[in-house]
Design a protein around this ligand. Structure first.
Ligand code: ATP
Ligand code: ASP
Ligand code: MG
Length: 320
């Protein structure tokens, strides 16, 4: 379905019609089975599954971001205190690991008020869910192997449970070989220019890793070598990024230095910084998988609205 047609179709009056369509039921069945396979796979690997927080005084700043896209950072007042809606649970994950939950994951709803023009990318919603996980003491390669294993199991499960539904959707299941290829962001930028994510994704027929991406203070940066120990997983065929993650900063001096350097308000992270100063944080690595984007790719839809029961498209607020 063409994005423009789809955007017109989900204008308000057709929301219920879209929800009742046979196609949406097929997609949401595959969604449900993808969640079953994802969560089972992490549980089998010894992860603890915890529930998310939706409000918090400290959430992901989503800054600095080379392709900043956030129009507003909603706050509300609770019991006389200002709190933010969760943009990601990265800081909570670090504290969970520090508190002894050595392998942990959360299905975490994120509210990000994306710029309206992002409705056209087909992969941005203003509410979505990450399967956000963190592992104490892990390194980049540990996370690569973990994610490749989990994705293989998801595809195997869908082959067993959902062959008929996927066939009806015209979605051939992905065959991919692990380990996935790994590129540095700079080499892709040199080859494709600033829109490397989309262009490299269109050209590729398998998922691939991208490392060394300058971004938020909590991703580990080797200041001497000028390298970031972080990564994105990019899906093929133009589906783009489905996961971001990193090895983490845990030392107070470095975190404080990077916050000052990047103009992040230290006041907003006072408690997190206090804990870092007390030496509570520990080395870890993790990532967040955008579950709508994963299903978008698996079901070969063209817009994220097609995989959300109640679409949350930038710029369009529906009555439900
Ligand atoms: P993008 O560059 O595509 O806007 P991001 O790098 O800002 O995404 P992250 O902060 O890395 O996003 O979020 C972790 C994961 O959550 C992403 O890899 C993606 O799968 C998913 N995600 C992020 N933003 C959105 C969104 N607006 N709608 C749907 N999924 C999203
Ligand atoms: N979930 C991501 C991570 O683990 C952070 C983010 O959502 O921005 O690094
Ligand atoms: Mg990202």
């Amino acid at each position: 379905m063409k994005t423009q047609v789809l955007l017109e179709n989900i204008q308000v009056s057709d929301l219920f019609e879209s929800l009742s369509s046979a196609q949406k039921r097929l997609v949401l069945h595959v969604f449900s089975e993808t969640l079953r396979a994802l969560t089972s796979s992490f549980l089998r690997r010894g992860f603890t599954w915890l529930l998310p927080v939706v409000t918090s005084k400290a959430t992901d700043p989503l800054w600095p971001d080379p392709v900043a896209s956030i129009e507003a950072r909603p706050e509300l007042e609770l019991y006389g205190e200002r709190v933010r809606l969760t943009q990601s649970m990265i800081l909570h994950k670090q504290l969970l690991v520090a508190a002894g939950y050595e392998k942990v994951f959360v299905l975490s709803p994120n509210v990000r008020v994306e710029r309206r023009d992002r409705a056209k990318t087909g992969r941005h919603a203003y509410e979505f869910t990450q399967l956000d996980f963190e592992v104490k003491g892990a390194k980049r390669e540990d996370i690569f192997r973990l994610v490749e294993g989990v994705l293989s199991e998801v595809v195997e499960h869908l082959e067993e449970c959902c062959e008929k539904q996927l066939l009806e959707l015209g979605a051939e299941l992905e065959k991919f070989r692990a380990p996935f290829k790994v590129y540095r962001m700079k080499e892709l930028e040199e080859k494709y220019g600033p829109d490397w994510e989309t262009l490299a994704s269109i050209e590729s027929s398998e998922p691939f890793w991208v490392t060394d991406i300058p971004r938020e203070f909590y991703d580990y940066e080797d200041l001497e070598r000028g390298e970031w120990h972080n990564y994105d997983l990019i899906l093929p065929e133009g589906y783009g990024e489905v996961l971001s993650g990193a090895e983490r900063e845990w030392q107070y001096d470095k975190i404080a230095y990077k916050m000052r350097r990047d103009g992040v308000s230290m006041d907003s992270y006072r408690y997190y910084l206090e804990l870092a100063k007390r030496g509570v944080l520990v080395p870890s690595a993790g990532a967040g998988i955008g579950v709508e984007r994963l299903v978008l790719w698996l079901t070969k839809r063209s817009h994220i609205a097609e995989v959300q029961p109640f679409p949350r498209i930038p710029g369009i607020v529906t009555p439900l």
